[in-house]
Design a protein around this ligand. Sequence first.
Ligand SMILES: [Zn+2]
Length: 218
Amino acid sequence: MKKSKVSTNKILERKKIIKEVEDNIAFLLKDSRVKKIEYQNAKRQFDYVQNIFNEIDVSEANIYFVPYSLMKVKGYGSVAGFYNYSTEKIVIGTDLLLDFTDSNIKAKVTLDETLVHELLHYARHHYNKNNWNVDLEEDFAYGYSIDYFIEKGYSDEDIANNYLSPYLANKYYLKKRNNISVTDFIIDRGLKFIKNSKGRSKQIFDTKIISREDLIDI
Ligand SMILES: [Zn+2]
């Protein structure tokens, strides 16, 4: 009896959070500065993700560029963008490059890179509706973005430093500031992550339930 009350509360709480996020998105998209991004605005990024997911039409994704200052108002100041499952919308903050963490381990990402990352979440969700846990979902999006960075001409060190560092710091719960050994550790992990992720986009992505180890082994 007690147990079912707890789970009912959990469901209600979850519904409340989903509704809050939906309301936040509605608020953000009302702003006159919001720009809807279509295939012709970002062909290279759409094509990159489309090549991984031939079975779905990635160009149908609803993507919005929103002033980052507005995202901050609604509590999204620590992310460059996000994909929302219930509305199936991608929201990306403009006026980047920004720091996306409060530690010394910071991300430097650009709009096109954020777009690829969020489009990967979108496509994954549309291709395979299974719910993945956050770790797996992020390993997937980060891992499958690597080839895009390589195509842009970034070195592995650049990718580890500029893109992966806050993600990996979070993953390993590293919050220390100005700690050189932490930075070395992150770079080392980043390079392993990149090595294991290279060429992933050429693989057939057809697994119903995928284990973390199958995806990115670091
Ligand atoms: Zn993500």
